[in-house]
Design a protein. Structure first.
Length: 229
């Protein structure tokens, strides 16, 4: 990237040197530099201030700044490490690093737990799980009956809530994911290992694959006719 680019980079709020970010994430220095090009594109798509605002995040995910989704909102909130309503470059790289194929599995499990912990209480409660299941189904263009959604939630809690206290703590979640690793399949984006495009990563993944995972998180084989496109 050259000295001139490096000097311009330092003007961006929250900018951190690629060498620093590469040392703290699975990315190489050249990959961090490539991510910076993507970051500049995203952070100036609506408001040219070098920061990714929620509207810009929504635009990148859905090509529509006004389309809101609970799943996307949670991703944004977790990327926004400083909780100041915007995503800085360092936050962007560190958060994406969790999705790197070489990132520690414990980091992926913890990130997924935080996705479902909507109220940030340190536990996943039944209603939170239901809200996320509904959001993921909506994003996957899938429709399940209320009975099927309740069945998914009940089945999940019957296995994951080993203490039977009506909530899932981080250790219970980790044990549950170890039994059903497909639950965090979308926490790994293979192409982050070789970044060569300026396309924003799709956190939703393949809709059909996601639909199967959400529909039956326990891996049981249900009749496909239960899902209506």
């Amino acid at each position: 990237m050259g000295c001139a680019s490096s000097k311009r980079s330092k003007q961006v709020p929250g900018y951190e040197k690629p060498t620093v970010l590469a040392a703290e994430t699975p990315f190489t220095v050249s990959e961090v530099e490539a991510l910076y090009e993507l970051f500049k594109k995203l952070s100036n798509s609506i408001i040219a201030d070098g920061l990714i605002h929620k509207e810009e995040f929504q635009l990148a995910l859905f090509k529509n700044r006004n389309q809101r989704n609970l799943f996307a909102d949670r991703i944004f909130d977790i990327f926004d490490i400083k909780r100041n309503g915007v995503i800085e470059f360092g936050e962007f790289v560190r958060s994406l690093g969790v999705f790197h194929p070489n990132a520690p599995m414990d980091d992926k499990i913890a990130f997924a737990f935080r996705l479902y912990d909507l109220r940030q209480t340190g536990f996943i409660e039944r209603e939170e799980l239901k809200e996320m299941v509904l959001a993921l189904l909506h994003e996957s263009d899938l429709v399940l009956s209320e009975e099927d959604v309740e069945s998914i939630v009940d089945k999940t809690f019957s296995e994951a809530d080993t203490q039977g206290d009506g909530k899932i703590d981080p250790e219970e979640w980790k044990g549950f994911v170890s039994k059903y690793p497909s639950l965090i399949k979308n926490m790994t984006l293979p192409y982050l290992k070789d970044i060569n495009t300026l396309a924003f990563p799709s956190f939703v993944g393949d809709k059909r694959e996601l639909g199967r995972g959400v529909k039956d998180p326990m891996g049981a084989d249900k009749n496909q006719d239960q899902v209506h496109k």
